[in-house]
Design a protein around this ligand. Sequence first.
Ligand SMILES: C[S@@+](CC[C@H](N)C(=O)[O-])C[C@H]1O[C@@H](n2cnc3c(N)ncnc32)[C@H](O)[C@@H]1O
Length: 227
Amino acid sequence: MNDIKLSARLQKVLDTASSYSSEKKRIIDVGSDHGHLAAVALTNKGFERALLTDIHEDPARKSRDLMKGIGLDERSEVICTDGLDGASLEDGDVVVMAGLGGNNMVDIIGRAMSVTGEELLKTVTWVLQPQKSIEILRSFLCESGFTIKDESVISERGIYYPIVATSYSGQKSVLSLYEKYYGPILIRKHEMEDETTKEYFIRLDHSYELRARGDREVKTMLEEVVR
Ligand SMILES: C[S@@+](CC[C@H](N)C(=O)[O-])C[C@H]1O[C@@H](n2cnc3c(N)ncnc32)[C@H](O)[C@@H]1O
């Protein structure tokens, strides 16, 4: 056990990752920064091992120090790299990416796909909390053969954070504009009157109305939406 308390956002990301891992052999945190999520995953969530990656040496060093300080260095590996470059995915891995931009995530997943066999890729779950450009991420996932398994929203200090759980199925699909910008599963949750999703959609409506002034696709999307 340790005293690390995750923010509501990171706790929700970890809970989602945990719920998609039956064997809990390994969690990978890309963009691990302080290393807190992986530390809690190992101590409180039953994961056997963790791989942490960060593109900057400073956070990678901090994570290494943390893991050593709480006696988790033998169950964890911290590497300073871009995304998953130089790391190999393993059967049943859960990969978490939180707080990175959607475009960055697209690049990281694309490169991982190019060096990972299809059968192995199908066993991996990705839990993604993009800080921006979630619509680009959703389109990429669906058009690249990923299935969006779940979407949820967590609110923390007045900010709404969407989280996507996805895995590769090999079946490519194309989202409608409404699904691309609001989320196929979140749309269903909204229809089922889920309170947090309803609050999140009010925020999205407002920001897309502003964005539509200079963005033709968003303008078209808003014209097509019937709720
Ligand atoms: C905003 S912090 C988020 C930290 C933590 N995941 C969270 O959600 O609280 C982003 C972290 O990701 C790292 N990062 C950004 N791009 C990355 C990449 N391509 N590969 C690995 N790490 C990256 C940054 O150095 C930073 O430590």
